[in-house]
Design a protein around this ligand. Sequence first.
Ligand code: ADP
Length: 497
Amino acid sequence: RRALGSLGKSRAKFISAEEKTGVTFDDFAGQEYIKGELQEIVRILKNEEEFQNKGIYCPKGVLLHGPPGTGKTLLAKAIAGEAGLPFFAANGTDFVEMFVGVAASRVKDLFASARSFAPSIIFIDEIDAIGSKRGGPDIGGGGAEREQGLLQILTEMDGFKVSTSQVLVIGATNRLDILDPALLRKGRFDKIIRVGLPSKDGRLAILKVHARNKFFRSEEEKEVLLQEIAELTEDFTGAELQNVLNEAGILTARKDLDYIGRDELLEALKRQKGTFETGQEDSTEVPEELKLRLAYREAAVAVLSCYFPDPHRPFTQTDINSIRSQPNMQYKEISGRVYARKSDYVNAVIRACAPRVVEEEMFGIDNLCWISAKATLEASRLAEFLILQTGMTAFGKAYYRDHSDLVPNLAVKLEALRDEYMRFAVEKCASVLREYQSAVETITDILLEKGGIDAEEIWDAYNSAPRVPQPPVTPIDEYGALICAGRWGIHGVTLPG
Ligand code: ADP
C-alpha cells in the first residue's frame, strides 16, 4: 500500500507554532483542577530557563487517561495552543506494523523531528496500542514489533537532556491498566492525570462551552435549559454532551426554527441515549417485545433498589424510552461522605444481577436477549473489585490491580470465590424478585402505560405490594469456596418457578 520509500517515516501530523492548534484551556470545561495542573506545566515550558535556575524542571511526559470522549485530545491541543509550541500528533496504532523495524524507526523519526523544533510537544493518542505490557498475550499479532517500538519510546524519553530545551510527550489512553509499567517510571510519564466523567456542574460548564455558537431565545432560557440537560445526563462524556447540542441545532434547523428550544434538546437527548448501543439513529419505534423486556428490567432494578437501597445514591426515576444494554434508572448525585461497607458492595452485586435474573424468570434461559447481557459483566466486575481491591474478603488483605496481577494458583482461588459471591447474588436476587413479584408487575404496568416512573411511585408500589415469603438463601461460604475451587458452578444455575 505505502511506497517502500516512506518506510520508517513517522506518520505524525504536524502543526507548527504559527499555525496554532486553535485550542485553548477555555475550550475544556469541568474538572478545573486538571487545567490548573496543566497550566502549571505550560508555565514551566514557556519559561524553562527561569524555572531551571530555581531547580524546577518540566515533566518529560504527561499521561492523560480516562474514558473516550472526555477531552484528552482536546487538552493536549490546548497545551500546545497555550504554550504556542509546535505540536506533533500521532496515534499509537500508527507504529504498529508487521514489518520488522518499522515501529522503532517511526518512533525515532518522530522524536528526531520534534527535537529539531524543540521546545515542542509530541502527542501520542491511544498509546496503549504500542505501549501495552510486554510479554502479555499477543492480541492481533505484531507483538515483537510493538515491543521494539515501545523500547524505542523508552530510549527516546530517557535520552532527553533536562538541561536543554526539551520535548514534552503527552500520551492518552483509556486503558491505563494494560500499559507497560516501564512507561510510568520516573523520568518518563511522570505526571499521570485522570480525566474522568464530568460532574453535574462540569456537564453544565461543558454544555455552556458548546452552546457558545448556538442560538437560544434568551440568556435566561438558555441557563434554565442547560441546567435541565445537565441534570439528565449523568454518565455522559464531553463528546456526548457536544453531540446533544449539535443534534438539537440540526433539529432546530430542520423545523425551520430560529432558536433551540426545550423540545429539540430533549429529542436530541433521547437520540443520543438511544444510539449508545444500538447505533440505529432513526428507529424511534420500539418493538412491543423489547418494550416489555425493558419494562421488566427496569422494574426489577427498581425493586432491588428498594430492597437494598444504595445509601449514597438514592434513585430518582426510570423509563423505557431509551434502548441501552444498561438499566435506565437514574440517581441523585453522590452526596455527603461515602463510606461503603462490605454489605454495600455485596448489595451492589446483587442489584447488578437484576436485569439478568428477571429475564430468566420471565422468558427462560433459552430466550434471553442482549439487554440483560451487560448485567452479568457488571455484577462479576463488582464482585471482582470487592475481592481484589478492598481487602474485605477471605481472599486476603492484599491489593491487586486486576486479575492479570494474579499468579495462576491465586487466579483459581479468585474464580472460586467470585463464583461463590455470584452464586449467592443470583440466588438472593431471584429470591427478592419472587417475594416482590407483585411489585415488579405493578411497576412494569406503569412503565408500559406511561413510559416512565419516578421514585415516589416506585416506593408506593414496593411498599403496598403483597409479599410472598421465600426460603432463606444459603449465605456466602467464603472459606469453602477458597478451598474447593469451582464447587458451586453457578453457570449452570436454573431458577425454579
Ligand atoms: P478523548 O481524546 O478523551 O477521546 P476528545 O478530546 O477527542 O476526547 O473529545 C471529543 C470532543 O468532545 C472534543 O473535541 C470536545 O469538543 C468535546 N469535549 C470532550 N470533553 C470536553 C470538555 N471537558 N469540555 C469541553 N468539550 C469537551
